[in-house]
Design a binder for this molecule. Structure first.
Ligand SMILES: *Cc1c(COP(=O)(O)O)cnc(C)c1O
Length: 391
């Protein structure tokens, strides 16, 4: 009765689905019962300790979101109106907004021909005396080619802020750096714990401070421009207004949720990587037949099972594929719309064509990927993709 490619025993497959342990409720209840539910409570401290010890980050601060961590980073590097910040066009709006809010001029760069990542080999001509920072975005939790970016930053005295929103538990393995966690090479790095990421507190983020010149001021800006953090540590006997700032602390209720996720991080990662691998192996014949392109993962980067994409040949083909999968109860989705041609930025862009960013805008499609997706369902989703291309 049913066609084989519609034979899902389960309800429609969502694109994403957060995966919580029973401890999430226990810890949230503990945070509520403890009475200290604003920022920097007991669970925030546990999360900070986890990230600093597991990944060797010198200093981390939980924030309300990755967007806010990026805004905090933009405040920290002291941007002036007219300063220029280079970043990929193929990214989330927050990467750009954070620096625009400081009056910076955004200079969008193209993606690599083979991957959606910032093409480091094309950056140098974009650097001017006004350039203050480069913001690599580690798309899908696989790293940008950091060697070139770090060398340029050194030569031209620029800040590097890694948008590592998707990079939790992912590594960079270049010769100069052995194997370091993504997010540990820039002066500052930002992570996201939004519902759509591998681990989540609903909304949430983190600033990683690798350059200790920023440590003290980061705490102050995050605490509305006050030295309240030092006061709570007993280092000073009253606190006051020291600098500009905003409210970037994550509530300890959400930190409690995040801590429950950190306890099952290895389980989540293992499950997600298995789904990624299942897709990759099942779709390899399609790539070999020239029908799609699969993710390229250079040897210098690990991938953390954050997302699985494939590249179609055209927007029309991608639209038809998404429609084909939707009819079979599978929610596949496209991703970023290149920012240099967005309704907001189009007229501000300097007109350079960024053909690869535009190609990923039109041709990239992401398949469902979450910890609870069974490998059987992943195989059936891959079969549904193959069925589309064998029509
Ligand atoms: C998710 C994401 C963000 C924003 O994260 P929020 O925590 O939702 O603010 C920023 N940049 C990239 C690359 C992202 O994937």
């Amino acid at each position: 009765m049913m066609h084989t490619d519609t034979a899902f025993s389960t309800p429609p497959v969502p694109f994403n689905k957060p995966f919580f342990s029973a401890k999430a409720q226990t810890y949230i209840a503990q945070a509520l019962a403890g009475g200290s539910v604003s920022g920097d409570g007991a669970f925030t401290k546990k999360c900070h300790a986890f990230f600093e010890s597991r990944y060797g980050f010198p200093k981390v601060l939980l924030t309300t979101s990755c967007t806010d961590a990026l805004e905090l980073a933009a405040l920290l590097i002291g941007l002036q109106a007219g300063d220029e910040v280079i970043m990929p066009s193929y990214t989330f709006v927050s990467t750009a907004n954070a620096f625009l809010l400081r009056g910076a001029k955004i200079v969008f760069a193209d993606s690599e021909p083979e991957r959606p990542h910032l093409d480091a080999s094309k950056l140098e001509p974009l650097i001017t005396p006004q350039t203050k920072a480069i913001v690599p975005v580690h798309y899908g939790g696989t790293a940008c080619e950091m060697e070139t970016i770090l060398a340029l930053a050194k030569r031209y005295d620029l800040f590097v802020i890694e948008d590592a929103a998707q990079s939790i538990d992912s590594f960079y393995n270049a010769p100069l750096h052995k194997s370091v966690p993504q997010g540990s090479l820039g002066h500052l790095s930002t992570f996201s714990f939004h519902e759509s990421k591998n681990i989540t507190s609903g909304e949430g983020g983190m600033l990683v401070i690798n350059d200790d010149r920023f440590q003290k001021r980061a705490e102050i800006i995050r605490e509305k421009g006050t030295n309240r953090s030092a006061f709570f540590r007993g280092e000073i006997d009253k606190y006051g207004w020291m600098d500009i700032g905003s409210s970037f602390l994550l509530s300890d209720i959400l930190a409690a949720c995040l801590y429950s996720q950190l306890e099952i991080l290895d389980d989540i990662q293992q499950r997600r990587r298995a789904v990624w691998q299942t897709y990759f192996e099942a779709l390899l014949p399609l790539e070999q037949a020239g029908r799609v392109r699969l993710p390229v993962v250079p040897t210098y980067t690990a991938q953390n099972g954050h997302l699985f994409y494939l590249l179609c040949h055209s927007l029309a083909e991608r639209t038809a594929l998404i429609e084909h999968l939707k009819r079979r109860g599978i929610n596949a989705v496209f991703h970023y719309q290149a920012l240099h041609v967005s309704p907001y930025f189009r007229a501000k862009h300097d007109g350079r064509p960024l053909p690869h960013a535009e190609r990923y805008t039109d041709c990239l499609v992401r398949l469902p990927l979450y910890a609870e997706l069974s490998l059987g369902d992943a195989s059936r989703i891959a079969e549904a993709v193959c069925a589309f291309f064998s029509r």
